[in-house]
Design a protein around this ligand. Structure first.
Ligand code: NAG
Ligand code: NAG
Ligand code: NAG
Ligand code: ZN
Length: 696
């Protein structure tokens, strides 16, 4: 999603190009057939929307780089104005019959304004759903738990006061997001009155709880934080979430979709979208199962068969992450060659006297070396490249487009580490994207679909976090170690982050769409059913419908679609391989570096320049020189091929590649409707439905 322009993106998000899906209600409105008037409206819209976007973005920038109550109020005022503007523009745009507009680009813009929005709701309901989402975010951001092994103190101190430090960043997925969650009312370090004893039950997801999950190897402690965080989030939001589902569906139906999931999927402009996703999942599942099986063996060595069954699913609290979505923190347990190093050039950077500024200059040079654009002077004047000493700021790295074709900035509390060097190149890729599509109209200054921005930025970082590249820029030297062992360790690190993530990134919206489509009954049980089916994980203790475990994931309760992360991760490797081919690199994919390749730079510019003015499938067709118009996981599978071969050897004596689930696994979350026959019956149905997954 496009950064700071989030509220604009809301209108852009779900646009769908074909008109046949639109319901009568909306078609009845779209009665103005005067194409010239429609074009005139779009010209005015472009000017006003850019101006509005500039003011909102600037107010957000001022707040997140200087967190004061005054700046927060200013930002909320701008957001309210923006919300009004959105509703007004929606009404105007919806009055035109876009089918009468012959110019394809204008038609596409009209569709973008109308179809992603919830502005079809009556005003009170439009405000209500926004209010509900804000409340859920506040509850989430206020969640705190007591330290392990200590009793909770008086609960009146754990109040959800609006002035309580709402100091959570949006948990980032894969690499850091370039998006700003503009509705997030507070940032870290927001001035607050600290209740006495505050250090007692004051552990937040970020950083304390996440740190425990990443580094603790005491099983009972992992169980404790896993469970406690879920107690402090889901159940408090469940009722609000059910109302949110109702309103989102109502908005979708009034806009011409069958439900809110249908509306979310429309932005991908693919009539067989769900089938395409399923196909991609099935293509990566064999690789995932090899990784899964190897990791399960290592977890058994650490925790024993009492905790992990040799052919069973993995309990979700053992994988180093609250949602079992990124396993890189358990690298110490699964490292292929512990005697060979993990690549980390941090100490070399320090030895060479790197500074944050030098890291950004190096990232800029990466793009100019490929013949792409340098960052403009405004970038160097306006950006926040390191944490300022004198004021409190929100530190999540992000890249900003101020919608005026002049001002682009990055906010990052850069430290001299390899991770931040990679992140710097990633954020600079977003800036490059902004610069490349700057001449497009406002509505098209975005990725071709919601997956594109992150995918492009991550594709570039594959070329930076890369043994060859780090050697070329003089930060890594391989003299002392076996290159095969170094490569396997490297690929394992990448797999724990990317391959382990795919089933999770796939299942979140499968679940969400099923709730929009089939209703809110047994939401928690369905969540775990999908976790088990796609990820092969089970909860470490009994779950019921009084729990609401999806509510422990920020993107679920904050109304942010998730499938873009799944597609983005797949697309990232596909883009990367195309760039590598353009650069004429024929070796192992994980060793390809496109630095200094003018041909790769030309291709990347071609991908970026159209922004959202073309469909993703058109851009993929261009990028693959006509070979395909589909997102495909073949490149990802190829990238990990050497590791997969190694894993197959490690797993040769395993009883089962993948997992089989038994009655007990399913009993952990089967719905307990009533007693006796009814419950047994639904249990049997569930077991039967799980069985079929085993034989897929
Ligand atoms: C931070 O914001 C306040 C307004 O609340 C303003 O007076 C101050 O000058 C700002 N500081 C910086 C460094 O921009
Ligand atoms: C991809 O191209 C095929 C024809 O080769 C077409 O039928 C299909 O609709 C295109 N897919 C998308 C998503 O546009
Ligand atoms: C170091 O890297 C170079 C270039 O990648 C390679 O040719 C060489 O064999 C490596 N040396 C060792 C000892 O691994
Ligand atoms: Zn990003």
């Amino acid at each position: 999603m496009g950064t700071s322009k989030v509220s604009f993106v809301i209108v852009q998000l779900f646009a769908f190009f074909t008109w046949h899906a639109i319901a009568q209600e909306y078609v009845r409105m779209a009665s103005n057939t005067n194409a010239a008037e429609a074009m005139q409206f779009l010209r005015e819209y472009d000017r006003e929307a850019s101006g509005m976007c500039y003011r909102v973005t600037m107010s957000q920038w001022r707040f997140v780089t200087n967190i004061t109550e005054y700046n927060r109020r200013r930002m909320l005022e701008e957001l309210a104005l923006n919300s009004k503007f959105e509703r007004l523009s929606w009404r105007k745009a919806a009055a035109y019959d876009a089918t009468r507009v012959s110019d394809v680009q204008s038609r596409r813009q009209l569709v973008k304004i109308v179809q992603g929005s919830r502005a079809a709701l009556p005003e009170d309901k439009f405000n209500e759903i926004q209010q509900i989402i804000t409340e859920m975010k506040e509850i989430y951001n206020a969640a705190k738990i007591c330290p392990y092994g200590q009793k909770p103190y008086d609960s009146h101190l754990q109040r959800d006061s609006p002035f309580y430090p709402q100091s959570r960043q949006e948990p980032y997925d894969q690499t850091r997001s370039h998006t700003q969650d503009i509705y997030q009312p507070f940032g870290p370090g927001f001035p607050h009155e600290t209740p006495e004893n505050s250090n007692y039950c004051d552990m937040q997801l970020d950083p304390e709880i996440s740190r425990i999950l990443a580094h603790s190897r005491i099983e009972s402690e992992l169980v404790y934080v896993w469970k406690s965080f879920r107690e402090q989030t889901g159940p408090k939001m469940k009722n609000r979430f059910m109302r949110y589902v109702q309103l989102a569906n109502q908005a979708a139906v009034s806009t011409g979709y069958s439900d809110a999931g249908d509306q979310m999927r429309a932005s991908y402009e693919d009539p067989s979208f769900r089938a395409s996703l399923e196909e991609i999942y099935n293509q990566v599942a064999p690789l995932y199962k090899q990784l899964f099986t190897y990791v399960r063996r290592k977890l058994i060595q650490r925790y024993g068969e009492r905790v992990v069954r040799p052919d069973g699913p993995i309990p979700a609290h053992l994988l180093g992450n609250m949602w079992a979505q990124n396993w890189k923190s358990i690298m110490d347990l699964v490292m292929p060659f512990p005697q060979a190093p993990n690549i980390d050039v941090t100490s070399e950077m320090l030895r060479q006297g790197f500074t944050p500024l030098r890291m950004f200059q190096m990232a800029e040079e990466f793009y100019t070396s490929m013949g792409m654009k340098p960052a403009p002077p405004e970038f160097w004047r306006g950006s926040m490249l390191a944490r300022p000493a004198e004021r409190s700021v929100q530190c999540t790295a992000s890249a900003w487009d101020f919608c005026n074709r002049i001002d682009y900035r990055i906010k990052q509390c850069t430290e001299v580490t390899m991770q931040d060097l990679v992140s710097t190149h990633h954020e600079m890729a977003h800036i490059q994207y902004y610069l490349q599509y700057a001449e497009q109209p406002q509505l098209f200054r975005d990725g071709a679909n919601p997956a594109f921005h992150e995918a492009v930025a991550n594709a570039v970082t594959l070329s930076v976090y890369n043994i060859q590249h780090l050697q070329r820029v003089g930060l890594y030297n391989n003299r002392t170690h076996d290159p095969y062992q170094v490569s396997m360790n490297f690929l394992m690190t990448m797999a724990l982050e990317k391959v382990a993530y795919l089933p999770f990134a796939f299942m979140v919206d499968q679940w969400r769409w099923s709730v929009f489509e089939d209703g809110v009954q047994n939401m928690n049980s369905r969540w775990w059913q999908m976790k088990l089916r796609f990820q092969g994980v089970i909860p470490p203790m009994q779950r019921t419908e009084a729990d609401f475990d999806p509510g422990s994931k920020y993107h679920v309760i904050s109304d942010q679609e998730y499938i873009k992360y799944f597609l983005g991760t797949v697309l990232e490797f596909q883009l990367y391989e195309q760039l590598c081919q353009a650069a004429g690199q024929a070796g192992h994919l994980h060793e390809c570096d496109v630095y200094r390749s003018r041909d790769a730079g030309r291709l990347l510019s071609e991908i970026m320049q159209p922004g959202a003015s073309k469909t993703a499938s058109e851009i993929i067709r261009t990028m693959t020189r006509g070979r395909t118009n589909r997102i495909s996981p073949e490149s990802l599978v190829r990238y990990f091929r050497p590791l997969e071969l190694w894993l197959r050897v490690q797993n040769r004596d395993e009883p089962l590649i993948g997992w089989s689930s038994n009655y007990q696994d399913i009993g952990l979350f089967a719905p307990q409707r009533g007693h006796g026959i009814k419950a047994t019956y639904s249990m049997v149905l569930l077991v039967l439905s799980m069985m079929q997954f085993l034989f897929l």
